[in-house]
Write a protein that binds this ligand. Structure first.
Ligand SMILES: NC(=O)c1ccc[n+]([C@@H]2O[C@H](COP(=O)([O-])OP(=O)(O)OC[C@H]3O[C@@H](n4cnc5c(N)ncnc54)[C@H](OP(=O)(O)O)[C@@H]3O)[C@@H](O)[C@H]2O)c1
Length: 195
C-alpha cells in the first residue's frame, strides 16, 4: 500500500538496497562514493541513452483522483533525477510542470499510444524508458510496445501488492528471459521481445 511515508509501498525500500548503495544512485543525488560492482553496472545500463520517460500517475505520487491543486511535484524534490521530459499517464489533466535540471513532467490523458508517440518525438534518436508502476508496464507489455525489461529480483516477501505478471501470457506476447546476472544485492533478469 502506497502513501506519503511509503512511496514504494510498505517495506518497498527493502527492494532497493542494490540501487540505493550504488555509485550511480549517489551521483544522481549529488553524493560521492557508492558501490561500483555489478549492481552499479546494471543500474548504469538502464540510464544510458534515455531521452524521455513514461510514468504512471501513481508512480508520480500518492494523489488520486482530480488534482486538488498544483502543489504535488513528484517524490524527487526540486531537481528530479530524470533530466528529460517525463510523460505521466493520467485521466486527470494538468499543465506541464518544469523542474530544475531539465526534467519536465507532461501529463498525458489520451492513453499509452499518445504518451509513447510524444515520448518518442521528445527523445529523438534516444530511447524511451518506462519507469513504472505496474499498471503502466502491463499496458505497454500487452501492447508488445516494450523492447527490453530489467528486473532486479530481491529474495523478500512484501505483501499482495500490484500484480505485474498475473494473467499475462508473457511468452505468447513474444518475451523471453535473455540474460540473468547475479549482482551483490540483487539478481538482474533481462527480458526482451524476440519477435
Ligand atoms: N517503479 C518504481 O520505481 C516505483 C516508484 C514508485 C512507486 N512504485 C510502486 O508502483 C505502485 C504504483 O503502481 P500502479 O500500478 O498503481 O501505478 P501506475 O502505473 O504508476 O499508475 C496507475 C495510474 O496511472 C493512470 N493511468 C495508467 N494508465 C493510464 C491510461 N492508459 N490512461 C490514462 N491514465 C492512465 C491512472 O491514474 P488516474 O486515472 O488516477 O489518473 C492509473 O490509476 C506504487 O504503489 C508503488 O508501490 C514503483
Amino acid at each position: 500500500m502506497q502513501d506519503l511515508q511509503n512511496p514504494l509501498g510498505v517495506g518497498g525500500f527493502e527492494l532497493f538496497p542494490w540501487f540505493l548503495n550504488s555509485r550511480v544512485w549517489r551521483r544522481m543525488h549529488g553524493l560521492d562514493g557508492g558501490e561500483t560492482g555489478v549492481d552499479n553496472q546494471m543500474a548504469e545500463r538502464g540510464f544510458e541513452g534515455i531521452g524521455a520517460w513514461i510514468l504512471g500517475r501513481n508512480m508520480f505520487g500518492p494523489v488520486r483522483g482530480p488534482w486538488p491543486d498544483e502543489s504535488w511535484k513528484g517524490w524527487w524534490g526540486e531537481e528530479p533525477p530524470y533530466h528529460t521530459p517525463v510523460f505521466v499517464l493520467t485521466h486527470h489533466p494538468r499543465p506541464p510542470l518544469r523542474m530544475a535540471g531539465g526534467t519536465e513532467f507532461r501529463f498525458v490523458t489520451e492513453g499509452i499510444h499518445a504518451a509513447l508517440e510524444q515520448a518518442r518525438a521528445a527523445a529523438g534518436p534516444a530511447d524511451v524508458r518506462i519507469g513504472g508502476g505496474v499498471a503502466t508496464i502491463r499496458q505497454y507489455l500487452e501492447g508488445r510496445l516494450i523492447d527490453d525489461l530489467h528486473f532486479a529480483v530481491r529474495p523478500i516477501f512484501l505483501g499482495a501488492g500490484e500484480q505485474l505478471w498475473s494473467e499475462l501470457d508473457v511468452p505468447g506476447l513474444g518475451y523471453q528471459v535473455t540474460e540473468v546476472v547475479p549482482g551483490e544485492r540483487a539478481t538482474h533478469v533481462m527480458v526482451s521481445r524476440l519477435d
